[in-house]
Structures are given as structure tokens and as C-alpha cells.
Design a protein around this ligand. Sequence first.
Ligand code: GLY
Ligand code: MN
Ligand code: MN
Length: 434
Amino acid sequence: MINLKALANRRAEFMSMLHEGVAILTTSKHQARNRDVFYPFRPDSDFFYLTAFPEPEAAAVFVPGRKGGEYLLFCREKHPEMERWDGRRTGLEGAIEEYGADQAYPIEKLQEVLLELLPEYENVYTQMGKDSDLDKEILSIISDLRTRSRQGARVPAQFVHLDHILHEMRLIKDAEEIRIMRKASRLAAKGHVRAMQMTRPGMYEYQVQAELEYEFLKGGGLSVAYPSIVAGGRNACILHYTDNGNRLEDGDLLLIDAGAEIDCYASDITRTFPVNGKYSGAQRDVYDVVLNAQIAAIDAVRADCSVTEYHDVAVRKLTEGMVDIGLLEGDPEELVENQAYRKFYMHLTGHWLGIDVHDVGDYKIGEQGRSLEPGMVLTVEPGLYIEPCADVDEKWHNIGIRIEDDVLVRRSGPEVLTADVPKDADEIQALMAE
Ligand code: GLY
Ligand code: MN
Ligand code: MN
């Protein structure tokens, strides 16, 4: 459970950025999977960031400076009969006592309360375009107020998009978020270690997925942060492979990209290891190129460095490495210049990480890559993916390798949150041989 004091501070900071206004956020809808079976519910990330409220059918309204209460939470009321079937509801009292709302209302009252509140303020802060039902409700309120404006009803003057304010906040993690992300990272690492220990030739990808996710679930990671990628052999060259249905053959590599979610915070780890416990010569050569690039890129994750820098470092190191082992030919500087590496490395070296696995926040300020700041968390995940083709020696064909860690930017240098799972090839082989 997220520390309530930290949440209250977060809300206070958020409200200090609203001027003369009302902010409205809703959570995700509970989606049907088939007939009367639903997908597990997962709150909306922005809503959760400010409320930690875990139920569907809820909205938060923030009105800084309002005498009767600044933080209004709208949710489902208690309903003993429904709760017997579908599980407990927090209810209105719980919204105040357990989640720190100043006032709580049934969700059905949202429109009515907004109709009273909106005319009193200049600005309405929403996430227009995200929840079409809310958009319609707000438009209908505004239209209603307009028709009544001749009787003196005031209409808010401006609509302001909330995303920028919220996403800049979410980009810099507070101490409570870092605590949770450390936990999620450690748990994900445990799953990866177990997967390495259990993998044998002849197993199916989904069987390794079961071993990995067993640790996640056992440790309280009730959901994965995104569908686990368990990709044996040539499947590793498919960047978002999630079929996980193939047999693992002796001599293949296995790429696992998987992360546990704790209290809605993601971890995101990739490791690539040999199914039989021993890298072949060609596999080891490519592996060490990726590993050296990853280590060098992590070292470039420093406060005040540009966010583009660690990608550039990875690209340079990968290119030099590919020339060293004979996968590319030519002058590394020229090969970087003309992007020859893109044949084997076609994605960026990482992304922000947080409540969303590809977390929010701008990467550029104007045309420039933004400077890294303490409290940002990002992934460092270079890779090489070698599809069979005539001008590449067969020994490299179908090798797909990615190594990914989650890194916290600190004044004192990068902190690798996911360091508990080995990535040195010898260490991986030793772990698998145990
Ligand atoms: N797991 C998705 C990614 O690494 O970006
Ligand atoms: Mn990943
Ligand atoms: Mn990632």
C-alpha cells in the first residue's frame, strides 16, 4: 500500500500548479473479456498517481482553496449484496478514511456536483480525449451553463489540458515511488533468476514463463507490468514477441523481457541466456558486444547529461563491437554516421519507466534532448537482432540478444535497480550450472 502522507504531499504539489480552477480525472473502465468475464481491473495511471484508489467507476476532483474540501473522491457506494458476489468496495467513508479524500460522493453524483462547482472557477483542467463519457458530461454541463448565462450563470473561460502538468510531475519520482520501484525491480530480478535456473532444452517457452511469473506472483506482483516476452532462438529477433509457444532447442538462446508490477509500478528487465547453459562462440561474441554497450550506456545515465547521450553511447559501442567481431565492415565512425548499425539495432536504447512501462514525460525540450535529473527512472536496453541474410555469415543467423536494466538517475551517479539478476556471461553460466 502506498504511503498516504506521500500521496497527500503529491496532491498538494499538483494543486499548487492549478490556477483558479477545477481538475477532473477519472479512472479506467472495467473491460469485458468475453460474455460476463472481465479482464483484471487496472486503474488509470494518472488517476492512480494522485489517489492510489484501486477500484473502477471512480473520479477525483481537485479544487484548490475550496473551503468545504479540496479533494473530492467519487466512487461506488457500499452494497452488501453486490459485494458478496464481486468483492468489497471501499465506499464513501473508506474514501475519506483510507484514501484521504476531504469529501466523498457516489459516482452517480459527479455531474451534479460539477454543475455546481464549474461556474465558480475560471479554468477547467481535464484530460480531454481520454474518457469520452467524461468529455460528453463536461460539454453538456458547459452547454447547460451557457443557456443559463442570461440568468447570470457563469461559464468557465478556459479548458486546460492536464497531461503536461501531471506528466512532468510523474517523470521525477518521489521517495515513495522509488521505494516501490526498487521492490518491483527486485521481484522481477528474482523471476529472471529462477527462469535461468529452471530452463532446459526441450521445455516450451510458456513453461519458462510459468517459472518466471511464479516468482512474481509469489512475491506479491499480482500482475505483470506488460505481457512477458519469452523468445527462444529466432523468436528473439521479433521485438515484441508474446506467443511464447515454441519448444526451446539445445543450442538456442532464450531472450526474456519481463517485469513485475507492484502497486501499479513497473519493472522491465531483459536477459538473454543459452538454453543449454553454455553460450556458443558466436553467441558469446555478440553477447559481449551488447553487454559492453549496455554497461557503457548505463555509465552515461548521469544528472545533467542529455537523455539522447546514452543512446548515442550504445550505438557507438555496438558499432565498434560489430566491427571487432566482423559483423560489420568499415570505419566505425562512418558506420555510425550512415546508420549501418540499424540493420541489427533498430530501436532506441530506452524509455522512461514508472506507473507505465513506457512512462510519460517529454524526451525533448524544443529540439534538444532534455537533461537527466535526479529522480528520473529509465531503462537501458541495447540489443542486436540478426535475421538470416546472404551478406551475413551463417554463424550469426537468428541470434537475437537484448540486455535491459532499470536505472535511477542520482546526483552521485546511476543506480541500477535491477542489479540482482546477473548479466555477465560467465556469471549466468555459473548460475545455470548450479
Ligand atoms: N518490455 C518493453 C520494453 O522493453 O520496452
Ligand atoms: Mn523490456
Ligand atoms: Mn523497456
